[in-house]
Unconditional design. Structure first.
Length: 138
């Protein structure tokens, strides 16, 4: 396990040195520490939330999605990534809850380069994709 983490950290450092310039100008469009963020995907409102707050790297987090309207999909895919930097695959499958929302647990890794901007892309089968860009506390 320690060797795997070391490899990820080394890759993060190497990629940070070669990250595209455009990634440096990207800013959060979701202030996740203040509460859920809502966007529109194919005509429906999709709210995204991470608990507990403040959202911290390397801690188990609960990811939740609520899509307004009829939700028949049993799962929703959440893909976590860093804009401009490859941090490996980090996908969380969110399962439908009795209240019609989706929930799952995962971890956001910490990058030793100090970057803290992350993107969550939510894929709702039959309803499309929506992404949220937010900062994570170290």
């Amino acid at each position: 396990m320690r060797a795997g983490i070391s490899i990820v950290l080394l890759c993060c450092l190497l990629l940070a040195a070669h990250a595209p310039v455009q990634a440096a100008t990207e800013a959060p469009d979701c202030f996740i520490d203040q509460g859920p963020c809502t966007k529109t995907a194919t005509g429906r409102q999709v709210a995204f939330e991470i608990l507990p707050r403040p959202v911290k790297a390397m801690k188990e987090l609960t990811f939740a999605v609520r899509a307004i309207g009829r939700n028949t999909a049993p799962t929703v895919l959440l893909d976590l990534s860093m804009p401009g930097m490859y941090m490996g695959r980090n996908e969380v499958i969110l399962k439908k809850t009795p209240d019609g929302s989706y929930s799952g647990k995962g971890i956001i890794p910490r990058c030793p380069s100090g970057k803290k901007l992350w993107r969550a892309e939510v894929t709702i089968p039959g309803a499309g994709k929506v992404s949220y860009t937010f900062n994570v506390n170290p």
